[in-house]
Design a protein around this ligand. Structure first.
Ligand code: ZN
Length: 119
């Protein structure tokens, strides 16, 4: 496939980046979520407004609900209770809870994404 997958400063993911994000996480990676990746948004793990780049390593499929509750720092500024935020840990996208626990989605499709298949 020709063309960029690292777009750095672009606000939105390209079609190619969306395909990569869906291939990596076949369901939303938030624990216990069942929304299939083809119904998810492409989420910046480090928020674009905080300088997060539009590169595959900083992108993940995430359903619209969990994209909305993911804490990108704005909740602390608004003094709202955090539900945690997504982060990449050892190549997997996981939730960091407010208590600093790392949780992955245990859905059966969470272990057969593209990155799991090439290990
Ligand atoms: Zn979700």
């Amino acid at each position: 496939t020709a063309g960029p997958v690292n777009l750095y400063e672009a606000r939105f993911a390209s079609g190619k980046q969306r395909i990569l994000a869906i291939a990596e996480n076949l369901v939303c990676p938030w624990p216990d979520c069942k929304v299939p990746a083809d119904r998810c948004l492409v989420h910046h793990i480090d928020a674009h407004k905080n300088g997060g780049q539009t590169n595959p390593s900083n992108l993940s499929a995430l359903c619209s609900y969990h994209n909305g509750v993911n804490d990108d720092g704005a909740r602390a500024r608004r003094r709202e209770k955090s539900r945690g935020r997504m982060m990449r840990h050892r190549s997997k996208v996981k939730l960091v809870t407010p208590g600093r626990n790392l949780l992955g989605n245990t859905h059966e499709l969470s272990t057969v994404g593209a990155m799991d298949l090439i290990k």
